[in-house]
Design a protein. Structure first.
Length: 690
C-alpha cells in the first residue's frame, strides 16, 4: 500500500466488516425456527410470527478487531512514506466519523463481493432485497436502532449530504430502507478517477493556458477561502485564473458549465454530483457563467463543496441573495493586446514562419482587431493550425488565423442580425479620395483600438467602452453598405447587419430591451455591427408635446449611453444625416460622407459591374452611358445585372441595346422620366428590344 492509491486498505476494512456479517448471520441462525425452509424470506410462518412477537433482536456488541488495528497501523505507515490511502482521504475530506466509515463500508460490501447480495437478503429476511437495510447496517455497526445520533448519520449526515451513501425506498419505514453506495464512489475508492457519467454534458476540460497572476487567489485559497466570485472583464478569463490558482494549491479543477447545468432535467441532483466529484478528486469546483443560474440560486447552494473551494465566474455584480454566506470577491482584469499576441505566438508555436522566412507571419497585425479571452485564443490557434493542413505546403497564413478567430463567434446574434461573410476588397470601391481616407481611418482605429484605448488608456473614466463608432451618410446606392463590408474584410471580421424588424417594437420599452440584447450579444462577437437606415433608431430628439415624444426621447437617451459603453465596432448608415441626433454625432469616431459618383467614377463603376466574364460587343459605349446617366453605384450594379440577363437570353453577348434597356428599366424603378435627349442615338434601341 505504500506510495500507491490501491484498494488494499478498503478491502481490508471490508474483510473486517465481513467478520461481523458472519457473526450476525450465525446469531440469526441460532434463533431461526426453520433454517432449512427453501421458501424462507418469501412468506411468514407461524413460528416466524411468534419470533417477531417475542421481541427485536438484541443489538450485538462487536469486539475491537485486531485486523482493523493492523490495517490502520499499515495505513499510517503508508501515509508517512508519502503514499495515498483513498479511504482515509475520503474520511478527511467529507468529515466522516468512525461510525460513518463503518456505515459506508457496509453499504458498499455488495459492490465488492457478490456473496453479500444473498447474505443481506438473509439478514433482511427478504430474498428480494439484496442491499443492507438501515437496521442491518446499524446492527453491523453495533449501535442501538433507537439511537437518534446514529440514525441522523443516515438522514442528514455527511454520508448523505455528500452523496457517498444513498438511502433508497423512501416509502418504507426508515429502518427497512436500503443503503447503497453510488458507483462513482466505489470506483474512486478502487482507484478509478473517471468522472461520474451524470456529469458528461456539464463538465468542461480546463484549458491549459498560462495567463494572468493567480497568486493572490491561490493565497486566499491557502488561507481557507472556500467560496469566491471572479468577475471577469470582456477579454479576461475567470475560469482560467481559477484553474491556475487551484493548480498552485495542488488541487484539480472541476469545471462546470452553468448554462448546460440549468438545462438538465434534474439540475440540483447533477449539481450535487459535481460537488461530490470535486471532493473526491481533492480539487475545486469552477462554475460559470453565474448569470445562467441567477434565477435558480439553489443551484449554487447545491454546488457548495466545502472544504473544497467553489469558484464562481460571471460578468456582473454578485447578488448577496445567491448564497447565505458572502464570497471572496475577485476582479479579473482584461487581457492586454500584448498578452493576447503572446498567447497567439505560443499557441501556434513552430508552425509560424521564422524571421528568416521570406513570408514572415505578422501575428499581431493579423489578429489585432479580435478581442478574445485567453482560452479562446488557444482554441482559435488550434483551429487555424487545422486549416493550414489543407495548404500544399502546410504554411500558416494570416487568413488561417483570422478564420480561427472568427470560429469563436457564437450564435448570440442569430435572429437579431444577418451575418455576411465579406467578399469585396478596397479594389472594389469606387470613391473619391476623401471618403476613402475616412474609411481607411475606420479600419485603422478598429485595428489599434486595444493598444490605444485599453493599453494606453486614451479614453479613461466614466465606464467608457473600447469600441469604435462610425457614421456613413449619403444617398441610396452610394456604397455605404459595401464600404462596411470592405472594412470587415480588411479586418478579417464578419459583418452583422441588424434586422430592424426585430429591433423596433410598438410597445414602450421593448425597443430598448431589443437593442440591449443586440449590443450585449455583439460585445461577445468579433464582428462589424451595421445599423442600416440608422435614422429609424438613432433619430433626433424632439420637443416633448405628449407621452409619445417623451418615450421616444427616452429611447434616444438610452442609445446615447449604450453607444458610449459599447466595446465593439459599430457603423451607422443613413440616407438622411439631418435626422441623426447631434448627440450621437459627438460620440462618433469617424463620419464619412458618400457623394454621388461623377462621370469618371460612373465609368469605372460600369466597367467593374459588367465584369470580365460577361462577353461585350464592340459597340458597347460605356463612356456615353457614364456621361449621360446620373446613377448611383447601387443603381449601376442593378442595371448591369439586368443587362446580363438580357444578354443571356439574346446570344450570351452584352450589347449596347442591352445596356441602354437596362438603364431604362432602372429609370422606371427610380420614378424618372426617360427622355430621348438623354439616350441620344441609342433611343431607337429601346423600342427595338421592348
Amino acid at each position: 500500500m505504500t506510495g500507491s492509491s490501491g484498494p488494499a486498505h478498503l478491502l481490508g476494512r471490508a474483510a473486517a466488516v465481513e467478520e461481523r456479517v458472519r457473526l450476525l448471520v450465525a446469531e440469526r441462525r441460532s434463533t431461526d425456527p426453520q433454517p432449512d425452509d427453501p421458501f424462507r424470506g418469501l412468506y411468514l410462518s407461524d413460528d416466524a410470527v411468534d419470533r417477531l412477537l417475542h421481541g427485536p433482536h438484541p443489538t450485538p456488541s462487536w469486539p475491537v478487531s485486531a485486523r482493523v488495528e493492523a490495517l490502520e497501523a499499515e495505513a499510517d505507515a503508508a501515509e508517512t512514506a508519502g503514499g495515498t490511502v483513498r479511504l482515509r482521504n475520503l474520511t478527511r475530506t467529507f468529515g466522516l466519523t468512525a461510525l460513518d466509515l463503518d456505515l459506508l463500508v457496509v453499504a458498499l460490501l455488495g459492490d465488492l463481493d457478490p456473496r453479500f447480495d444473498q447474505l443481506f437478503g438473509y439478514l433482511n429476511d427478504d430474498v428480494t432485497r439484496r442491499r443492507p437495510s438501515v437496521a442491518v447496517a446499524l446492527a453491523l455497526c453495533g449501535v442501538e436502532l433507537a439511537d437518534a445520533r446514529a440514525r441522523s448519520r443516515l438522514t442528514h449526515g455527511p454520508l448523505v449530504h455528500g452523496g457517498l451513501v444513498v438511502v433508497d425506498d423512501p416509502d418504507r419505514p426508515f429502518l427497512s430502507r436500503a443503503l447503497r453506495t453510488p458507483d462513482r464512489v466505489v470506483a474512486h475508492l478502487l482507484g478509478d478517477d473517471a468522472p461520474d457519467a451524470a456529469l458528461a454534458s456539464v463538465l468542461r476540460s480546463p484549458t491549459d493556458v498560462e495567463w494572468g497572476d493567480p497568486a493572490p487567489l491561490a493565497r486566499a485559497l491557502g488561507r481557507g477561502a472556500d467560496l469566491a466570485y471572479l468577475r471577469e472583464r470582456a477579454t479576461g478569463s475567470g475560469a482560467l485564473l481559477a484553474a491556475q490558482a487551484l493548480r498552485e494549491r495542488g488541487r484539480a479543477a472541476v469545471v462546470v458549465d452553468l448554462e448546460r447545468l440549468v438545462a438538465e432535467p434534474d439540475a440540483v441532483r447533477v449539481a450535487r454530483v459535481a460537488a461530490r466529484e470535486a471532493r473526491l478528486v481533492d480539487g475545486g469546483l469552477v462554475a460559470g457563467p453565474v448569470e445562467a443560474a441567477a434565477g435558480q440560486p439553489w443551484l449554487l447552494e447545491a454546488l457548495a463543496c466545502a472544504p473544497a473551494p467553489l469558484l464562481v465566474v460571471g460578468h456582473g455584480a454578485w447578488d448577496p441573495r445567491w448564497t447565505p454566506r458572502p464570497p471572496l470577491l475577485v476582479d479579473v482584469p482584461a487581457s492586454t493586446h500584448g498578452e493576447r499576441a503572446g498567447l497567439w505566438r505560443r499557441s501556434i508555436g513552430a508552425a509560424a514562419p521564422s524571421t528568416g522566412d521570406d513570408h514572415v507571419l505578422d501575428v499581431e497585425d493579423a489578429v489585432g482587431p479580435f478581442r478574445l479571452r485567453p482560452e479562446q485564443v488557444a482554441r482559435a490557434a488550434a483551429s487555424a493550425l487545422q486549416q493550414a493542413r489543407m495548404e500544399p505546403d502546410g504554411r500558416l497564413t494570416p487568413e488561417h488565423l483570422r478564420a480561427g478567430a472568427r470560429a469563436e463567434n457564437g450564435s448570440a446574434l442569430d435572429g437579431m442580425a444577418r451575418r455576411v461573410e465579406p467578399a469585396v476588397t478596397w479594389q472594389d470601391l469606387v470613391l473619391p479620395p476623401g471618403p476613402l481616407v475616412a474609411l481607411h481611418e475606420v479600419a485603422l482605429r478598429a485595428r489599434h483600438r486595444e493598444r490605444v484605448l485599453a493599453d494606453w488608456s486614451m479614453r479613461p473614466g466614466g465606464g467608457r467602452g473600447k469600441g469604435v463608432a462610425a457614421l456613413f451618410t449619403g444617398d441610396s446606392g452610394t456604397g455605404k453598405t459595401m464600404s462596411a463590408e470592405v472594412i470587415a474584410a480588411e479586418l478579417g471580421l464578419d459583418l452583422y447587419v441588424v434586422n430592424l424588424a426585430v429591433v423596433v417594437d410598438k410597445y414602450i420599452g421593448e425597443t430598448e430591451k431589443n437593442l440591449e440584447r443586440i449590443f450585449a450579444a455583439a460585445a461577445e462577437v468579433n464582428g462589424v455591427l451595421l445599423f442600416d437606415e440608422a435614422d429609424a433608431i438613432f433619430g433626433r430628439r424632439s420637443e416633448v408635446r405628449d407621452s409619445h415624444d417623451r418615450y421616444a426621447n427616452i429611447e434616444s437617451a438610452y442609445l446615447l449611453q449604450r453607444m458610449e459603453t459599447f466595446d465593439g465596432l459599430v457603423i451607422l448608415a443613413t440616407n438622411l444625416r439631418a435626422n441623426i441626433d447631434e448627440a450621437f454625432t459627438r460620440r462618433l469616431d469617424v463620419l464619412v460622407d458618400f457623394p454621388l459618383p461623377d462621370p469618371a467614377h460612373r465609368l469605372a463603376l460600369w466597367d467593374r459591374s459588367l465584369g470580365r466574364r460577361l462577353p461585350r460587343a464592340d459597340g458597347v459605349d460605356l463612356e456615353f452611358v457614364a456621361r449621360s446617366f446620373e446613377l448611383a453605384g447601387g443603381a449601376i450594379r442593378s442595371a448591369a445585372v439586368t443587362a446580363a440577363y438580357l444578354a443571356a437570353e439574346d446570344g450570351g453577348v452584352a450589347t449596347m441595346a442591352h445596356v441602354v434597356t437596362a438603364v431604362e428599366r432602372e429609370y422606371r424603378k427610380l420614378g424618372r422620366l426617360c427622355l430621348p435627349g438623354e439616350f441620344g442615338e441609342y433611343w431607337p434601341m429601346l423600342h427595338a428590344t421592348s
